[in-house]
Design a protein around this ligand. Structure first.
Ligand SMILES: C[S@@+](CC[C@H](N)C(=O)[O-])C[C@H]1O[C@@H](n2cnc3c(N)ncnc32)[C@H](O)[C@@H]1O
Length: 257
Protein backbone atom coordinates (compact mmCIF):
# COMPACT_ATOMS: atom_id res chain seq x y z
CA UNK A 1 0.00 0.00 0.00
CA UNK A 2 1.36 3.44 -0.87
CA UNK A 3 1.97 5.86 2.02
CA UNK A 4 -0.72 8.20 0.71
CA UNK A 5 -3.31 5.42 0.39
CA UNK A 6 -2.55 4.35 3.93
CA UNK A 7 -2.99 7.92 5.15
CA UNK A 8 -6.33 8.19 3.32
CA UNK A 9 -7.55 4.90 4.80
CA UNK A 10 -6.07 4.98 8.30
CA UNK A 11 -5.34 8.62 9.07
CA UNK A 12 -7.42 10.92 11.27
CA UNK A 13 -9.98 12.51 8.90
CA UNK A 14 -13.13 14.49 9.55
CA UNK A 15 -14.18 14.80 5.90
CA UNK A 16 -14.27 12.15 3.19
CA UNK A 17 -12.32 13.34 0.15
CA UNK A 18 -12.62 11.42 -3.10
CA UNK A 19 -9.39 11.95 -4.99
CA UNK A 20 -7.89 9.95 -7.84
CA UNK A 21 -9.37 6.63 -6.74
CA UNK A 22 -8.68 7.24 -3.05
CA UNK A 23 -11.33 8.01 -0.41
CA UNK A 24 -10.36 9.38 2.97
CA UNK A 25 -11.97 7.64 5.91
CA UNK A 26 -13.78 10.68 7.32
CA UNK A 27 -16.58 11.08 9.83
CA UNK A 28 -18.77 12.85 7.25
CA UNK A 29 -19.07 12.22 3.52
CA UNK A 30 -20.28 15.70 2.56
CA UNK A 31 -20.39 14.91 -1.18
CA UNK A 32 -23.63 12.97 -0.62
CA UNK A 33 -25.29 15.98 1.03
CA UNK A 34 -23.79 18.92 -0.87
CA UNK A 35 -27.07 19.72 -2.66
CA UNK A 36 -28.67 20.62 0.68
CA UNK A 37 -26.27 23.52 1.25
CA UNK A 38 -27.87 25.29 -1.76
CA UNK A 39 -24.57 26.67 -3.00
CA UNK A 40 -24.38 28.51 -6.32
CA UNK A 41 -23.03 26.54 -9.29
CA UNK A 42 -20.20 29.01 -9.85
CA UNK A 43 -18.13 31.14 -7.47
CA UNK A 44 -15.84 32.69 -10.09
CA UNK A 45 -14.13 35.78 -8.76
CA UNK A 46 -15.72 35.50 -5.30
CA UNK A 47 -13.82 35.63 -2.04
CA UNK A 48 -14.88 32.91 0.37
CA UNK A 49 -14.26 32.43 4.08
CA UNK A 50 -14.83 29.03 5.74
CA UNK A 51 -15.03 29.49 9.51
CA UNK A 52 -14.45 26.27 11.50
CA UNK A 53 -13.25 24.64 8.26
CA UNK A 54 -11.80 21.46 9.84
CA UNK A 55 -10.38 19.30 6.96
CA UNK A 56 -11.65 21.91 4.52
CA UNK A 57 -14.02 19.97 2.29
CA UNK A 58 -16.10 23.12 1.73
CA UNK A 59 -13.04 25.36 1.32
CA UNK A 60 -11.66 23.11 -1.43
CA UNK A 61 -15.13 22.79 -3.02
CA UNK A 62 -15.42 26.58 -3.35
CA UNK A 63 -11.94 26.92 -4.84
CA UNK A 64 -12.79 24.21 -7.38
CA UNK A 65 -15.81 26.31 -8.39
CA UNK A 66 -13.76 29.32 -9.26
CA UNK A 67 -13.44 31.36 -6.06
CA UNK A 68 -10.57 33.82 -6.42
CA UNK A 69 -9.60 33.63 -2.75
CA UNK A 70 -10.58 30.97 -0.24
CA UNK A 71 -9.57 31.19 3.37
CA UNK A 72 -10.20 28.58 6.05
CA UNK A 73 -9.93 29.32 9.74
CA UNK A 74 -10.12 26.78 12.54
CA UNK A 75 -9.13 26.81 16.19
CA UNK A 76 -7.39 23.43 15.75
CA UNK A 77 -3.65 23.95 16.21
CA UNK A 78 -2.95 20.44 14.86
CA UNK A 79 -0.44 19.79 17.64
CA UNK A 80 -2.63 17.52 19.76
CA UNK A 81 -3.93 20.30 22.02
CA UNK A 82 -7.61 20.96 22.60
CA UNK A 83 -9.08 23.14 19.81
CA UNK A 84 -11.95 24.58 21.80
CA UNK A 85 -13.23 24.75 25.35
CA UNK A 86 -15.79 21.99 25.90
CA UNK A 87 -17.77 21.56 29.09
CA UNK A 88 -15.80 19.97 31.94
CA UNK A 89 -17.79 16.76 31.57
CA UNK A 90 -16.60 16.23 27.97
CA UNK A 91 -13.07 17.64 28.36
CA UNK A 92 -11.34 14.25 28.70
CA UNK A 93 -13.06 12.87 25.57
CA UNK A 94 -12.00 15.90 23.59
CA UNK A 95 -8.42 15.74 24.82
CA UNK A 96 -8.27 12.16 23.50
CA UNK A 97 -9.88 13.23 20.20
CA UNK A 98 -7.49 16.10 19.53
CA UNK A 99 -4.46 14.05 20.59
CA UNK A 100 -5.29 11.85 17.57
CA UNK A 101 -4.01 14.68 15.33
CA UNK A 102 -0.56 14.50 16.94
CA UNK A 103 -0.62 10.69 16.60
CA UNK A 104 -1.65 11.01 12.94
CA UNK A 105 1.28 13.35 12.31
CA UNK A 106 3.77 11.06 14.05
CA UNK A 107 2.52 8.06 12.05
CA UNK A 108 2.38 9.71 8.61
CA UNK A 109 5.08 12.33 9.02
CA UNK A 110 6.97 11.23 5.92
CA UNK A 111 3.88 11.77 3.72
CA UNK A 112 3.24 15.24 5.16
CA UNK A 113 6.90 16.17 4.78
CA UNK A 114 6.84 15.00 1.16
CA UNK A 115 4.27 17.76 0.58
CA UNK A 116 6.21 20.31 2.60
CA UNK A 117 3.79 20.22 5.55
CA UNK A 118 4.81 20.35 9.18
CA UNK A 119 1.35 19.50 10.53
CA UNK A 120 -1.44 17.00 9.76
CA UNK A 121 -3.67 19.77 8.38
CA UNK A 122 -5.84 18.02 5.77
CA UNK A 123 -6.98 21.25 4.08
CA UNK A 124 -3.36 22.05 3.30
CA UNK A 125 -2.65 18.45 2.27
CA UNK A 126 -5.65 18.37 -0.12
CA UNK A 127 -4.69 21.76 -1.57
CA UNK A 128 -1.24 20.36 -2.38
CA UNK A 129 -2.68 17.16 -3.88
CA UNK A 130 -5.10 19.15 -6.04
CA UNK A 131 -2.65 21.99 -6.76
CA UNK A 132 -5.09 24.63 -5.51
CA UNK A 133 -4.16 27.83 -3.74
CA UNK A 134 -5.87 28.11 -0.36
CA UNK A 135 -5.20 30.00 2.86
CA UNK A 136 -5.45 28.51 6.32
CA UNK A 137 -5.26 30.34 9.63
CA UNK A 138 -5.42 29.01 13.13
CA UNK A 139 -7.91 31.29 14.83
CA UNK A 140 -11.25 31.68 16.47
CA UNK A 141 -14.71 32.66 15.26
CA UNK A 142 -14.81 35.11 18.18
CA UNK A 143 -12.18 37.29 16.48
CA UNK A 144 -12.60 37.40 12.70
CA UNK A 145 -11.85 41.07 12.13
CA UNK A 146 -8.17 40.45 11.33
CA UNK A 147 -9.09 38.47 8.18
CA UNK A 148 -11.09 41.22 6.45
CA UNK A 149 -14.38 40.88 4.55
CA UNK A 150 -15.42 38.16 2.12
CA UNK A 151 -18.19 37.97 -0.48
CA UNK A 152 -19.33 34.63 0.92
CA UNK A 153 -18.83 33.40 4.48
CA UNK A 154 -19.58 29.85 5.61
CA UNK A 155 -19.96 28.50 9.10
CA UNK A 156 -21.03 24.88 9.04
CA UNK A 157 -21.66 22.73 12.12
CA UNK A 158 -19.90 25.05 14.53
CA UNK A 159 -22.45 27.28 16.28
CA UNK A 160 -23.81 24.44 18.42
CA UNK A 161 -20.31 23.76 19.80
CA UNK A 162 -19.88 27.32 21.05
CA UNK A 163 -20.52 28.81 24.47
CA UNK A 164 -21.52 32.09 22.86
CA UNK A 165 -23.29 31.75 19.49
CA UNK A 166 -24.48 35.37 19.58
CA UNK A 167 -20.97 36.86 19.58
CA UNK A 168 -20.00 34.32 16.90
CA UNK A 169 -22.86 35.35 14.58
CA UNK A 170 -21.96 39.03 15.08
CA UNK A 171 -18.41 38.21 13.96
CA UNK A 172 -19.77 36.36 10.89
CA UNK A 173 -21.80 39.48 10.08
CA UNK A 174 -18.70 41.72 10.19
CA UNK A 175 -16.85 39.31 7.86
CA UNK A 176 -19.71 39.04 5.29
CA UNK A 177 -19.98 41.32 2.26
CA UNK A 178 -22.91 39.54 0.55
CA UNK A 179 -24.03 36.24 1.96
CA UNK A 180 -23.40 34.01 4.94
CA UNK A 181 -24.19 30.28 4.82
CA UNK A 182 -24.75 28.71 8.21
CA UNK A 183 -25.41 25.02 8.85
CA UNK A 184 -26.46 23.81 12.27
CA UNK A 185 -26.59 20.27 13.58
CA UNK A 186 -29.49 20.30 15.99
CA UNK A 187 -31.79 17.87 17.72
CA UNK A 188 -34.22 20.81 17.72
CA UNK A 189 -34.72 20.81 13.97
CA UNK A 190 -38.01 19.05 13.57
CA UNK A 191 -41.49 20.11 14.56
CA UNK A 192 -43.50 23.25 13.92
CA UNK A 193 -42.97 24.63 17.44
CA UNK A 194 -39.20 24.38 17.20
CA UNK A 195 -39.05 25.81 13.69
CA UNK A 196 -41.20 28.78 14.65
CA UNK A 197 -40.02 29.61 18.16
CA UNK A 198 -36.57 30.89 19.10
CA UNK A 199 -35.98 28.17 21.68
CA UNK A 200 -32.52 27.02 22.68
CA UNK A 201 -31.86 24.13 25.06
CA UNK A 202 -28.68 23.57 27.02
CA UNK A 203 -27.06 20.16 26.50
CA UNK A 204 -23.49 20.92 27.54
CA UNK A 205 -22.64 17.43 28.68
CA UNK A 206 -23.84 15.37 25.71
CA UNK A 207 -23.57 14.96 21.94
CA UNK A 208 -20.03 15.66 20.80
CA UNK A 209 -19.46 18.63 23.04
CA UNK A 210 -22.44 20.63 21.80
CA UNK A 211 -23.41 23.32 24.27
CA UNK A 212 -26.83 24.05 22.88
CA UNK A 213 -29.51 22.61 20.71
CA UNK A 214 -30.49 25.60 18.58
CA UNK A 215 -33.90 25.86 16.96
CA UNK A 216 -34.14 27.25 13.43
CA UNK A 217 -36.06 30.28 14.65
CA UNK A 218 -33.36 31.05 17.24
CA UNK A 219 -30.59 31.17 14.60
CA UNK A 220 -32.75 33.29 12.27
CA UNK A 221 -33.44 35.68 15.17
CA UNK A 222 -29.76 35.90 16.16
CA UNK A 223 -28.78 36.60 12.53
CA UNK A 224 -31.28 39.45 12.34
CA UNK A 225 -30.13 40.81 15.71
CA UNK A 226 -26.53 40.75 14.45
CA UNK A 227 -27.53 42.97 11.50
CA UNK A 228 -28.29 40.62 8.60
CA UNK A 229 -31.15 42.07 6.53
CA UNK A 230 -32.63 38.71 5.59
CA UNK A 231 -32.09 35.24 7.04
CA UNK A 232 -33.97 32.16 5.89
CA UNK A 233 -33.76 28.41 6.31
CA UNK A 234 -33.19 26.91 2.86
CA UNK A 235 -33.07 23.19 3.60
CA UNK A 236 -33.22 20.44 6.20
CA UNK A 237 -31.50 17.09 6.04
CA UNK A 238 -30.11 14.19 8.04
CA UNK A 239 -26.42 13.41 7.69
CA UNK A 240 -24.87 10.10 8.72
CA UNK A 241 -21.99 10.22 11.17
CA UNK A 242 -19.88 7.36 9.75
CA UNK A 243 -18.01 6.73 13.02
CA UNK A 244 -21.08 6.29 15.22
CA UNK A 245 -23.46 5.25 12.42
CA UNK A 246 -26.14 7.69 13.57
CA UNK A 247 -28.13 10.27 11.63
CA UNK A 248 -27.71 13.90 12.70
CA UNK A 249 -30.44 16.42 11.91
CA UNK A 250 -29.25 19.55 10.14
CA UNK A 251 -30.66 22.77 8.82
CA UNK A 252 -29.05 25.22 6.42
CA UNK A 253 -29.65 28.95 6.65
CA UNK A 254 -28.67 31.69 4.22
CA UNK A 255 -28.26 35.20 5.63
CA UNK A 256 -27.79 38.34 3.55
CA UNK A 257 -26.26 41.74 4.40
C1 LIG B 1 -18.06 19.98 13.94
S1 LIG B 1 -16.67 20.59 13.11
C2 LIG B 1 -17.38 21.19 11.57
C3 LIG B 1 -16.39 21.22 10.43
C4 LIG B 1 -16.93 21.71 9.07
N1 LIG B 1 -17.27 23.12 9.10
C5 LIG B 1 -18.11 20.90 8.62
O1 LIG B 1 -19.22 21.43 8.53
O2 LIG B 1 -17.93 19.72 8.31
C6 LIG B 1 -16.33 22.10 14.00
C7 LIG B 1 -14.97 22.69 13.70
O3 LIG B 1 -14.90 23.97 14.33
C8 LIG B 1 -13.66 24.11 15.00
N2 LIG B 1 -13.86 25.06 16.10
C9 LIG B 1 -14.33 24.83 17.36
N3 LIG B 1 -14.39 25.96 18.05
C10 LIG B 1 -13.99 26.96 17.22
C11 LIG B 1 -13.83 28.37 17.36
N4 LIG B 1 -14.11 28.99 18.50
N5 LIG B 1 -13.39 29.07 16.30
C12 LIG B 1 -13.08 28.46 15.13
N6 LIG B 1 -13.19 27.12 14.93
C13 LIG B 1 -13.65 26.38 15.97
C14 LIG B 1 -13.27 22.70 15.43
O4 LIG B 1 -11.88 22.59 15.58
C15 LIG B 1 -13.81 21.88 14.25
O5 LIG B 1 -12.84 21.71 13.25
Amino acid sequence: MSDLKELFEKGRWYHCFHHEGLTSNGTYDIEQYIKYYKFDADYSGKTVFDVGCSDGYFTIWMKERGASRVCGVDSNKYDGSLAFAPSNATKKDHEVKYMQYAEDYARFRSVYEKFGLDSPNKLLLMSKLKALEVEFHTGTIYDLKTYGEFDVVMCNDLLEHLRDPITAIEQLYFATKEKCIITVSSAMRTGWFRQSNPVITYQGHISGGSFYSLSEASVVAMCKAAGFGKAEVVSRFDMINRVHNVKNSHFVLHAYR
